[in-house]
Design a binder for this molecule. Structure first.
Ligand SMILES: [Zn+2]
Length: 367
């Protein structure tokens, strides 16, 4: 075709360029009509738009037959030059006008498709958002907090990564105590410990608030433990501390007893057994009468009628001295219990790991 073009005179070359355009443009003519065609899918319309853009480049671009005719303007006879120039110009204007009309029509079509896709049908019923709810451990923690707040306690929050001082030394845990070993405690590479009990908060609270103080500190603690149905390397504890003048073991028994009665019922009986903890002296573990069988024996209490719950005792004089409190003037008690364990008891869970597996089917049951 290029060979034949050179045989044509300039006017014929313009006509040929125009004719070639008209042939290819034929499939787009319908888009230049007064009413644009409908029934085209978005994909079809976008494909046509792309094809039209290519067609524009082919017929009006620098390498097009039309562009070649512009170079002939200087070569036609001087008396015909103006007329030829006008012919080239009007031909090009005609081509561009048709391309523009088809393009505008296609763009409108595509826009209409997109708007339809994004528009909202206000007559459809709305999607109801799924409301979450609190985790069973949070629910239990809040129940415990409510009881102690009503007894005049404040709630303290503590850090989960501690120095040796707060996690051990200040709690009267000697250097050779097994709890310091890496088999029991998680350490960071910088030698910090993930707190292995919430008792660390006692120290912070007394340093910050001084005494007298009445506080509870619920929170996560960490111990190297292989997970099984009753153990987890991360679990929740509540620490309680009361320091004032004249505080005795009787106050401890009264407070823990009141808490357990409010938690498990007015007829709940509390029992203290001598024990040992480095940060209390004397120390006691406490049990309460089974809330299920009321002491006659069942699966929950393993037929003993009693449920073991936590540790307690009178704050060790060394702990008081560490925070600058004179043990001759002040005394206090402390206690700690496991929140996860209480949740497990209350809901009769066979496996406390269920609490941390984030299975919504399980968690949904607690509201
Ligand atoms: Zn029982």
């Amino acid at each position: 075709m290029a060979g034949t073009e050179t045989d044509l005179n300039p006017q014929e070359q313009v006509a040929a360029a125009n004719k070639a355009f008209e042939q290819e443009f034929e499939r787009f003519v319908r888009f230049t009509a007064e009413t644009a065609p409908t029934g085209l899918s978005l994909a079809e319309a976008t494909a046509d738009e792309r094809a039209l853009a290519e067609l524009r480049t082919r017929h009006t671009g620098k390498k097009s037959a039309l562009a070649a005719t512009k170079k002939l303007i200087g070569r036609v006879e001087a008396d015909q030059r103006a007329a030829f120039g006008q012919l080239v110009q009007s031909t090009e204007a005609g081509i561009v006008a048709k391309l523009d009309a088809a393009e505008a029509s296609l763009k409108a079509l595509i826009e209409a498709h997109r708007t339809a896709r994004e528009s909202i049908d206000v007559t459809l019923p709305g999607r109801r958002p799924r409301y979450g709810h609190r985790h069973p451990i949070t629910l239990m923690r809040e129940r415990i907090e409510d009881i102690f707040v009503s007894l005049g306690y404040v709630i303290e929050d503590g850090r989960e990564i501690e120095t040796d001082f707060y996690n051990f030394a200040a709690l009267n845990i000697p250097d050779n105590h097994p709890a310091r070993g890496t088999q029991d405690t998680f350490y960071t590479t910088d030698g910090f410990a993930l707190r292995s009990q919430t008792s660390t908060v006692q120290i912070h609270a007394m340093q910050r608030r001084g005494v007298p103080v009445r506080m509870i500190a619920p929170g996560r603690v960490f111990r190297r433990d292989t997970p099984d149905p009753t153990h987890n390397p991360m679990f929740y504890q509540v620490e309680g501390l009361c320091v004032d003048r004249g505080i005795t073991m009787a106050h401890l028994k009264g407070t823990v007893g009141e808490f357990l009665r409010r938690m498990f019922g007015a007829d709940t009986v509390t029992r203290f057994r001598p024990s040992y903890f480095p940060f209390t002296e004397p120390s006691a573990e406490f049990d309460f009468s089974c809330f299920k069988c009321k002491g006659s024996g069942c699966r929950i209490c393993k037929n003993s009628g009693w449920i073991e719950l936590g540790g307690s005792g009178m704050v060790h004089p060394n702990v008081l001295r560490t925070v600058g409190v004179d043990p001759e003037e002040y005394s206090g008690f402390a206690f700690g219990l496991g929140i996860d364990r209480m949740v497990g008891l209350m809901y009769n869970l066979d496996d406390i790991r269920l609490l941390f597996e984030n299975d919504v089917r399980f968690l949904e049951q607690f509201e």
